[in-house]
Design a protein around this ligand. Structure first.
Ligand code: QUE
Length: 340
């Protein structure tokens, strides 16, 4: 049992710097060491004149990157180890910013689950290529976290009725298949899985424009079908109006959205709306700073440990939120989590 597989494999192949997230049994979820190694590779490839572009991939065939190592963060939070929690998020968000400011094409090949932290290492880059097996989401309200990794900047800016698409994705954690992720604006190109090896091979020559030639037209999908309903129901910026519109809509789709909202952390839903409201008028570095400050309050709130317990530790999917109902959340307590 020598040869421990490295959790990140960074190489120069042709004119490309390739980075493989390689913790497939954890769906390539980012732990602190992976974040450190991704940041090192990003820095090295930015400097290297032999590297014209970066390709980011996930190992194992099932996932690009399922998120962050929230079990470890929960354990640190429960142990009162605020420094470990702080260090993890600070380094993750610094990486997200580095990718947004990257001097070369940053091309993510997303052929599986891509949630939370996986969105963070892809969405700020120049190219987010998705296959029909991509599954993109910001599912944090289910574990009483909030849409972070710079998505408080990204989500309010998605195309369509201002803020609506982002509120839908963030509040419900809606999961988007490849083509739908392009429709929503999270992904930039759709390439069928069978053409991904050819695209990868072509990219090694160092010219990012080959992505356009491999991309397939996106046929109208589920997001376009739901767009009118999303943009109507999630146009309001407050939760009671959103839920009133969904109730009035009365469709199967609207009922399903209400069921999902009723399962999420009530505190987290309100924190998320306030975060997106603020993020709409701030730049990315300010959004990341706001998110980092918010992690301190949110990881101390009992809902966070309970949500991770219910979804990822015990997997009973039966979190007991406190307070349990949206009506019982004190708006002043939500604002206090933002430090004002
Ligand atoms: C909501 C989330 C996360 C989640 C599931 C949710 C999340 C996250 C993971 C995750 C998945 C696989 C792993 C892992 C973590 O799941 O943020 O370590 O192996 O990181 O419903 O927010």
């Amino acid at each position: 049992m020598d040869a421990v597989e490295p959790s990140v494999v960074a190489r120069v192949e042709g004119r490309a710097g390739t980075i493989l997230m390689n913790r497939p049994r954890a769906l390539n979820a980012l732990d602190g060491e992976m974040i450190e190694r991704l940041a090192e590779a990003a820095a090295r490839f930015a400097e290297d004149p032999a590297v014209d572009l970066v390709i980011l991939e996930g190992a194992g065939g099932r996932a690009f990157c399922a998120g962050g190592d929230v079990r470890a963060i929960r354990a640190a939070a429960l142990a009162g180890d605020a420094a470990t929690v702080e260090r993890f998020f600070a380094e993750e968000y610094a990486l997200n910013r580095r990718i947004a400011e990257y001097p070369k094409p940053w091309i993510s090949l997303i052929d599986g689950v891509c949630m939370g932290g996986g969105i963070g290492v892809s969405v700020h880059g120049s190219h987010r290529v998705v296959t029909e097996h991509a599954l993109m989401a910001m599912p944090e309200t289910a574990i009483a976290l909030f849409p972070d990794v710079g998505t408080s900047y990204v989500l309010p800016r998605l195309p369509g009725t201002p803020g609506a698409m982002g509120r839908w994705l963030a509040l419900t954690g809606a999961r988007l298949r490849g083509a739908e992720a392009v429709e929503a604006g999270l992904a930039t190109h759709h390439v069928p899985r069978e053409r991904l090896p050819a695209l990868r091979e072509a990219l090694l020559a160092g010219d990012a424009s080959v992505v356009e030639r491999h991309a397939a037209a996106v046929p109208p999908g589920a997001v376009e079908a739901a767009r009118a309903a999303v943009e109507f129901a999630f146009a309001p910026g407050d939760l009671s109006s959103i839920m009133a519109v969904l109730t009035a809509q009365g469709t199967d789709w609207a009922r399903a959205q209400l069921d999902v909202l009723h399962r999420m952390s009530p505190t987290s839903l309100l924190v998320t709306l306030e975060l997106l409201r603020r993020g709409a008028t701030m730049d990315l570095p300010a959004c990341l700073a706001m998110e980092l400050a918010l992690t301190r309050a949110v990881t101390r709130h009992p809902d966070f440990a309970e949500g991770v317990r219910a979804v990822l530790v015990d997997k009973d999917n039966a979190p007991r939120w406190s307070p349990p109902a949206i009506a019982d959340v004190d708006p002043a307590a939500v604002l206090a989590m933002f430090g004002d």
